[in-house]
Write a new protein. Sequence first.
Length: 402
Amino acid sequence: MSVIYLDNNATTKVDPEVVQVMLPYLTEYYGNPSSMHTFGGQLGKAIRSSREQLAALLGADESEIVFTSCGTEGDNAAIRAALLAQPEKRHIITTQVEHPAVLNLCKQLETQGYSVTYLSVNRQGMLDLAELEASLTGNTALVTVMYANNETGVIFPIEEIGMRVKEYGAIFHVDAVQAVGKIPLNMKTSTIDMLTMSGHKIHAPKGIGALYIRRGVRFRPFLIGGHQERGRRAGTENAPGIIALGKAAELEMLHLEEATKRERKLRDRLENALLASIPDCEVNGNPMHRLPNTTNIGFKYIEGEAILLSLNQYGICASSGSACTSGSLEPSHVLRSMGLPYTILHGSIRFSLCRYTTEAEIDAVIAVMPGIVERLRALSPFKNDDASWLQGQEKAVIGARG
């Protein structure tokens, strides 16, 4: 059975061209880039080239790029550096819908004496800039906000946020893990001070990422050790990963415009067909301000995990809008923050496309989804209306607690 992969916001297939560029640095050119001899030095040259390729994708200078291991490291490094640079300031602003790499660090920082404001979002997952304005003070060290939400694809008004942040002298960090390679970016004209990205979201391997640090922004390294990355990130360079990331960035630039149009067309085809053929379902998020490859659809009166298991029988990979784990009925923090009805929270599915997604794959999902939803609703012991569903969920919660 062939696989239909529509979970690209989780990770992407490594581009075959990226694999080919990377392979020699796993086998033939295995030296240490920091070595003085020519064998190692040739890796240093390849890394410089990759840094230039990634800088071009971000619209940055190559000196502003620091290679990391992943998005989580980049987020942690940026947030901690911003606070160390302004020890007299003890206030952080973020949002309720951030990735755990940001949210969990902010919660930990609260135990260390920092105050954190978690901005709310509306029914469509959008921020209220007036709330941001009211939260900013002279004590605000950092505002850390994602560019695009990993679950709904909703895009925040980053430049408008950045202009307000600058008025208060705070550092502005953006988690752009989901945005890089999907929408055009230009750090030269941006208000962003630091930006996080991850290679495995743009058809590079896992275990490689990067942090953009605007020239002039004070930065203390997260990892202490050698002189690598101009003293900003110690540790022997992941040369194969860095070279792969550079090639992936080059290919993203090449395909960006065409891929954006194509993915948006396929996403809309999938979304419109499911909304037309399946009753009691709706799109979660802002239909205008979102990534071109992402749709999050809530199907009332059924569990997202049951949908995913049924899709898996057809070789279709998607993800649930619910963060439920075994024995727990807690839905996604993103969807809860949006104030979605309980009947939608548990049955939300994210489909995320990439440039490899085909029309035939989308049509295959369209063909099977109505039957899956109809069958699962028929199996439900509770009547398909809001009151009965809520009553049934209350019983399930009580049963799970024993």
